[in-house]
Design a protein around this ligand. Structure first.
Ligand SMILES: [Zn+2]
Ligand SMILES: [Zn+2]
Length: 190
């Protein structure tokens, strides 16, 4: 279990390191800004939720590795996240939930975790809630988590396409994370 938590909490740093390599060293992943609170919120929320779901038996202690549940998990996550993201853009909630993240008009990878406490909590609930429908084991969960966190950083660059960059510029389209084609269709139809 201790190895799981060490790996789990190392993932954002490994993901940022990979992002920096993929973007080439001359493109910074950070802005001149203090990110202490962003990291604090991130680790408090992700550890609390992961602890809750692992203790509730939704993260299983088995050793096999299955791709199909991970694919289902991703689709369910995208649906939950899309709903949360749409709600956080409603005028009544926007100021309290999501405005902090959208202060970043010109984004860089670290902006992925530059959110206020409530937005961070909402995001991590979206990340863990699919466990109630599709339980994963520790290895499957770590793999999925690594892919999603790395994607989150990369989406705040142009390396995986521009749909999230466009979301930061236009606000009212491209609410998904990985469903890129659907995002771009939404952008074009706007
Ligand atoms: Zn948004
Ligand atoms: Zn963003």
């Amino acid at each position: 279990m201790i190895y799981f938590w060490i790996t789990f909490n190392s993932i954002p740093f490994i993901s940022l390191f990979l992002t920096q390599i993929l973007l080439a060293s001359h493109i910074p992943v950070y802005k001149k800004k203090i990110y202490f609170l962003s990291y604090l919120y991130y680790f408090i929320n992700t550890n609390a939720l992961c602890l809750f779901f692992s203790h509730s038996g939704y993260i299983q202690d088995t050793n096999d590795f299955r791709m199909i549940p991970i694919i289902y998990y991703t689709i369910i996550f995208e649906g939950i996240f899309y709903t949360w993201h749409r709600i956080s853009h409603l005028p009544y909630f926007y100021k309290y939930l999501h405005a902090h993240h959208h202060v970043n008009y010109h984004v860089c990878p670290i902006d992925f975790i530059d959110v206020n406490y409530t937005d961070s909590l909402g995001f991590h609930i979206c990340m863990h809630l699919p466990l109630k429908i599709i339980p994963l084991n520790f290895l499957e969960y770590l793999t999925w988590y690594f892919v999603m966190i790395t994607s989150g950083f990369l989406l705040h660059s142009t390396i995986l396409g521009e749909h999230h960059i466009l979301h930061h510029k236009h606000f009212h389209s491209n609410y998904y994370i990985l469903l890129t084609n659907f995002n771009i269709i939404l952008q074009k139809n706007k």
